[in-house]
Design a protein around this ligand. Structure first.
Ligand code: ATP
Ligand code: MG
Length: 649
């Protein structure tokens, strides 16, 4: 395979002190001449047949079509494994930390990984899987999850990872939607000291699925499982019968690499399709640049591989870059709330990447538990998934980073494949709560929500759209290109509509204000729910808050706040008033909540995002219209909130 990457310099990585000029110059080059910029940077990965055409993009409804490097060919798994063997075959590729701290961690080298992926790919072939077939992965956070993804990539099969916390129903829907030929699972999934019977879930899902896939089972716990002869196969048994080597297939840059369903915060999950060449370039360049990844660093992204964050920043980005990536099977609170910090200390983690929901939860546990661990190896801290309120940002910075680690608040989506708006360490100064500036090649625009008119100059406020394509962009919704165009390209012609609202400040920094659907209009003032929530969480007695609008006879919309109090705080009417006054003092009279409901828990997706559309329906007193709740982490929370809804008087 031809290796071009050594002849072209990698991305610009500046060291301290902060040099904004590097960002400005690189960004300008990427926008002025995207063809040249991406032709250069795409050579950070190895191509079998180098591309001649960089891009072909049509953002205009109803003819939307997006291609990058379309006449090039490559193999993603060879990029993530084979090309590293000569130089760092004995370096750890995947560092596996099991759920139980008593079970030994595993260090899987690039050479080990090569062997395991080849065998796995040959098992898939033996099951009849060929190029273009879909393989659903329903696995714990174990190395086999990454191995299975890479094995699919090696033979040109399309994987669709389904989070192992999803129910049999949710699994069946996804198996059917993509028409899976094989489902890969494990006997059981240890998590937080408990075991989920994954194989049982698969059995139940396939009982009522329309398609009839083969099932490949990884032995993780050794527990008893119900077995269907002829359909079910043990991975270890099949591996013993297949050849050790599996040469990587030559894959077109625009051939699909994976399908991943969105988390469902705003409605029915969409089967997002990512292709091979552009996606890998994007995952690789953002991983190296945004996390300032340097050879030898230990990188830890705490997401599950069931989310896009796990795809891009546990598997594809780090491995394409020859990194050591940590995979953690457990949860932040097992065996106690110090686990994240224990793992950071144990493995000398250099970059740590997690979600605001985890930071807020750990913040509630106090600082003493953090102080027990040596976190001096940490160099960069990252966050993703929701707007991070300045309170949590500052805690992360002060308590975890001790003020010396740049914080990268990375805004992006399943659809975008990787970071779009984010600080770059050494290049962009941060502000708590702001995702700061666009990554190279990304052209954000702020539009007036009702007319779609471009809001020029700073400050600006409106809906966030992206004016041009970037290599990591999704290409279609699986089996439904019309839905792709309708969702992202119809409302604001000529641009990609993100669904998020934002503010751009005097310095051109972007502040994500939440979903556009979540913007409230109080007496003609538009307000992002994130802002009011931030103010509430800044109060010392508040652990978490979610804010939605509800119909109000005078103001148009009123502000309804769901508040989770800190452990041990008494919910009283006096406290309600105290919180309202607090928000009023923080933001202004217009932001004062009309109603505050005490919420022992908030409805969240399995990835930890608050589902405001459900809270909105409860506030509107329309509990019959909750919509798709199949991705909720704990449905019981909803019943409690419905039965304690505040009377609007
Ligand atoms: P669905 O599209 O099915 O409703 P989802 O949008 O929750 O699900 P994801 O693609 O996982 O699925 O989430 C992307 C969204 O997460 C973004 O559109 C944005 O609202 C939010 N988000 C992610 N990172 C950030 C961040 N750093 N700051 C603010 N919001 C963020
Ligand atoms: Mg979304």
């Amino acid at each position: 395979m031809e290796t071009l990457s050594s002849t072209v310099p990698g991305p610009v990585i500046s060291s301290q002190p902060l040099d904004r000029a590097v960002y400005d110059a690189t960004y300008k080059a990427s926008i002025d001449d995207p063809d040249t910029f991406w032709a250069d940077h795409a050579r950070r990965i190895d191509w079998i047949v180098p591309f001649k055409t960089v891009r072909s993009v049509n953002f205009h409804y109803p003819d939307v079509a997006i291609e990058w490097f379309a006449d090039g060919t490559l193999n993603v798994s060879a990029n993530c494994i084979d090309r590293h063997l000569a130089e760092r075959g004995d370096q750890t590729a995947i560092l596996f930390e099991p759920d139980s701290p008593d079970e030994a961690a595993q260090a899987i080298t690039y050479r080990d990984l090569h062997g395991r992926v080849c065998r796995f790919a040959n098992v898939l072939k033996a099951l009849g899987v060929t190029r273009g077939d879909r393989v659903v992965l329903y696995l714990p956070m174990i190395p086999e999850a990454a191995v299975a993804m890479l094995a699919c990539a090696r033979i040109g099969a399309i994987h669709s990872v389904v989070f192992a916390g999803f129910s049999p129903d949710a699994l069946a829907n996804r198996v059917d939607d993509c028409g899976a030929k094989v489902v890969v699972t494990a006997d059981g999934a240890p998590r937080g000291g408990r075991v989920t019977n994954l194989k049982d879930n698969v059995n139940r899902a396939l009982n009522h699925a329309a398609v009839d896939p083969q099932v490949l089972v990884v032995k993780r716990t050794g527990q008893q499982v119900a077995w269907y002869e002829g359909r079910d196969h043990w991975l270890h048994e099949m591996e013993a019968t297949v050849p050790a080597d599996c040469p990587p297939e030559e894959i077109g840059a625009e051939d699909p690499l994976f399908i991943l369903y969105t988390s469902g915060s705003t409605g029915k999950p969409k089967g997002v399709v990512h292709t091979s060449g552009g996606y890998l370039v994007w995952a690789s360049i953002t991983h190296e640049t945004v996390f300032d990844y340097r050879q030898g660093d230990v990188f830890w992204c705490t997401a599950d591989v069931g989310w896009v964050t796990g795809h891009s920043y546990i598997v594809y980005g780090p491995l394409a870059n020859g990194a050591t990536t940590l995979m953690f099977e457990g949860v932040p609170t097992y065996p106690d709330a110090g686990r994240f910090w224990a793992v950071c200390e144990k493995h000398g983690v250099n970059q740590f990447y997690t979600a605001p929901t985890a930071i807020r939860a750990l913040m509630g546990q106090g600082e003493e538990i953090v102080a027990k661990y040596d976190l001096s190896s940490l160099r960069i801290l990252g966050t993703v998934g929701e707007p991070i309120n300045p309170e949590a940002w500052n805690w992360y910075d002060r308590v975890i980073g001790t003020g010396r680690c740049p914080i990268v608040d990375t805004w992006w989506q399943t659809e975008t494949g990787g970071h779009l708006i984010t600080p770059i360490p050494g290049q962009i100064e941060t502000k708590p709560g702001s995702a700061t500036l666009p990554f190279y090649g990304v052209r954000p625009v702020v539009l007036e929500p009702s007319t779609g008119a471009l809001v020029e100059g700073n400050p600006a406020e409106g809906v966030l759209c992206i004016a041009d394509s970037w290599p990591g962009q999704m290409r279609t919704v699986w089996g439904d290109h019309q839905r792709f165009m309708d969702t992202y390209f119809q409302q604001y012609p000529g641009t990609y509509f993100t669904g998020d609202g934002c503010r751009r400040d005097e310095d051109g920094y972007y502040w994500i204000t939440g979903r556009v659907d979540d913007v409230i209009n109080v007496s003609g003032h538009r307000m992002g729910t994130a802002e009011v929530e931030s103010a509430l969480v800044a109060h010392e007695k508040v652990a978490e808050a979610a804010v939605v609008g509800f119909p109000h006879p005078i103001k148009g919309q009123g502000i309804y706040a769901y508040v989770t109090l800190m452990q041990g705080v008494e919910p009283t009417d006096a406290l309600r008033k105290e919180l309202s006054d607090f928000v009023r003092a923080e933001i202004g009279p217009i932001a004062k909540p009309d109603l505050i409901q005490w919420a022992p828990g908030l409805p969240k997706t399995r990835s930890g995002k608050i589902m405001r559309r459900i809270l909105r329906k409860i506030a509107e007193d329309a509990p019959g219209e909750l919509g798709d709740t199949s991705t909720l982490a704990d449905p019981a929370v909803v019943d409690d909130l419905v039965s304690h809804r505040m009377n609007r008087g």
